[in-house]
Design a protein around this ligand. Structure first.
Ligand SMILES: Nc1ncnc2c1ncn2[C@@H]1O[C@H](COP(=O)(O)OP(=O)(O)OP(=O)(O)O)[C@@H](O)[C@H]1O
Length: 261
């Protein structure tokens, strides 16, 4: 997280003392949100109003906030699924509002891996084909996956093994996997081809405490290895201590503060 911006008071550096950083060489800002206001269609008041938020490469951010504080909306804005009415969102140097809707879709699949609470796996595709979906839609992800493995299949298999999904599971239909196994397939799909940003929206809410910790271990390790930035939304504050930064969205989001009054 950039230290140069005065508006980041809500981003508590929980564990920076354990993870000292060379402040003389700041990292690239990969996500920059500036003066953004966003209302969902048909709503008279904004859902999100943010002055500034800057996230640096390899940051791992825990995003907290009560239900309705706009966590998923923020992720949708960062992914370019929706665009703000005012302000700018710049991802990896590209201003999202200057891209067409189809260019934003391509930008998203090239550079951002999403893990959703409901996984969104395709039931009629095999586990491997689910993992390889982003490589089908993105040449960029395909090339990066091929740099990791001799073939795309080997790259996907290696990721599945890293995420504790043993080969004997691979022939199974995804619908016959446990919740935790489906979650790890969804994680492998987000991670394949090493996108610069991984976005996880309450990916652990269906898991018990042990499995949550284990899942987080795997995701954080993979992000570290790929030098990816991780945005992780969760209601479970116990997980926050595992992150270098915590973003309390109800404090940062002026729209939420107005609603609370
Ligand atoms: N697709 C949508 N269309 C219209 N309004 C929406 C849409 N998605 C979210 N909202 C509204 O935006 C506000 C913030 O919702 P959001 O899902 O971003 O909150 P959240 O913090 O992620 O909540 P939760 O923790 O319950 O998932 C809510 O008032 C919600 O009704």
């Amino acid at each position: 997280m950039s230290e140069n911006f005065g508006s980041l008071g809500n981003l508590d550096n929980l564990t920076d003392r354990d993870n000292p950083r060379d402040l003389s060489s700041p990292r690239e800002v990969v996500i920059a949100v500036e003066n953004v206001s966003f209302s969902w269609p048909g709503q008279s008041t904004p859902t999100l109003q943010l002055d500034a938020l800057n996230v640096e490469r390899q940051d791992q951010i825990f995003i907290a906030g009560p239900s309705g504080s706009g966590k998923s909306t923020l992720l949708a804005l960062i992914g370019g699924i929706v665009v703000p009415q005012t302000g700018t969102i710049t991802i990896l140097g590209s201003e999202l509002h200057s891209l067409s809707a189809s260019s934003r879709d391509q930008f998203r699949v090239d550079h951002i891996g999403f893990i959703f609470q409901q996984f969104n796996l395709i039931p009629y595709l095999s586990i491997l084909d689910n993992v390889l979906l982003p490589c089908h839609f993105s040449r960029y992800r395909r090339q990066r996956a091929l740099a990791q493995g001799a073939t795309l299949r080997l790259a996907a298999e290696s990721l599945l093994v890293s995420l504790d999904l043993a080969p004997l599971l691979w022939p199974k239909p995804v619908t016959q996997l446990s919740i935790g196994q489906q979650q790890r397939v969804a994680a492998a799909r987000a991670l394949i081809g090493q996108p610069e940003i991984i976005v996880a929206d309450e990916p652990t809410s269906a898991l018990d405490a042990d499995r949550q910790q284990r899942f987080l271990d795997l995701i954080q390790r993979e992000c570290e290895q790929a030098h990816s930035t991780l945005l992780f939304v969760s209601h479970d504050e116990r997980l926050a201590a595992r992150f270098s930064h915590r973003l309390a969205l109800n404090e940062l989001n002026h729209a939420a503060q107005l609603e609370d009054q």
